[in-house]
Design a binder for this molecule. Structure first.
Ligand code: COA
Ligand code: MG
Length: 290
């Protein structure tokens, strides 16, 4: 089972040298080096140069490196994509995706620009159309040439575009988050929750991490280093989950259970689908430990 933990995915402004350097020592699973919304128009070319240099120079260890480019139709988008393709990060995050064609054409451009095969594509789900088209957008992943591997929720943009109220429990946007999780799962994609802006509110942040995990998110996008540690903890399987999963795996491995579809473990019905779930929990636990 090939699993990459994506519990904590930290954004940083591409123009911020200090953040790019500091990220080398932060315990985030993935880093999004941003060229889009956190970079002012006049700083765009400079940020692009800094991000490309950071990716090329390395020093980020096992952390997954993602470059968020500007939308292709902006004055910077095409140059961003070309430069990112040449730098070959783990992934390129395409903002403001609204239709399946947006991902298909980004994949074609990446190929034309000679991006290495390991460079995958991630999509920001942050427009009303993206939510309405989530299934069709995710279905692009069915084409192996698409490089498509992950959805990222852009909750600030969704609140802006929808005019929904940003209340603490995310009442208004829960259906869109849940729909994105289903679209991702239907086509084998990972899916990462949106950011929590009030980075000094640890209680509120933890509650939102729990909510995202309950919805099925693989992790959460973050804006500040202080959010990494609680996020990693909440998106890791708990010790109880791991020990239960091991019991399920061991039970199905017993000679008398090898050919059974359903068994009892500690008084609970356990089917082979639970075995598959248990194997995933243990695999992600082991990947985290590595
Ligand atoms: N990535 C890496 N390092 C970060 C960071 C980030 N996102 N945010 C802060 N840091 C570093 C700071 O450089 C500082 O490092 P130092 O003390 O070793 O010099 C340390 O963490 C503490 O930072 P702090 O002073 O608490 O925050 P700040 O006032 O400098 O910055 C923000 C606050 C919100 C502006 C900043 O966290 C940020 O830019 N976040 C990302 C925003 C973003 O990318 N948005 C786009 C997607 S929504
Ligand atoms: Mg956005």
């Amino acid at each position: 089972m090939k699993i990459r933990p994506r519990r904590s995915v930290l954004y940083m402004p591409g123009a911020n040298d200090r953040a790019l350097e500091k990220a080398k020592s932060l315990p985030a699973d993935a880093l999004i080096l941003d060229l889009e919304d956190s970079v002012a128009p006049e700083a765009k070319p400079e940020a692009r140069d800094k991000v490309i240099a950071a990716v090329k120079s390395g020093g980020y260890g096992r952390r997954e490196l993602i470059i968020r480019i500007n939308a292709i139709e902006t004055p910077w988008g095409a140059d961003d994509l070309k430069a990112a393709a040449a730098a070959g990060p783990d992934a390129i995050l395409v903002p403001k995706v609204s239709r399946p064609g947006d991902m298909a054409s980004a994949a074609k451009l990446l190929k034309a620009y000679g991006a290495p095969n390991h460079t995958r594509l991630w999509a920001m789900m942050e427009t009303p159309l993206a939510i309405l088209n989530a299934r069709d957008i995710a279905s692009v992943a069915g084409d192996a040439e698409s490089r498509f591997s992950c959805l990222v929720l852009g909750t600030n943009d969704l609140l802006k575009e929808s005019r929904a109220r940003a209340l603490g429990d995310r009442f208004a946007i829960i259906p869109w988050l849940a729909g994105s999780v289903l679209a991702a799962r239907a086509f084998g994609l990972d899916v990462i929750d949106g950011v929590y802006n009030d980075f000094k509110d640890e209680m509120g942040f933890k509650a939102e991490c729990e909510q995202g995990r309950t919805l099925g998110m693989d992790g959460k996008t973050l804006i500040h280093p202080s959010q990494i540690e609680p996020c990693n903890r909440i998106f890791s399987p708990s010790e109880e989950e791991v020990s239960w999963s091991r019991k399920v795996i061991q039970a199905f491995a017993l000679p008398e259970h090898k050919s059974k579809g359903v068994i009892t473990v500690e008084g609970r019905m356990v089917e082979r689908l639970h075995l598959v779930m248990a194997e995933r929990v243990v695999a992600i636990w082991e990947a985290i430990a590595r």
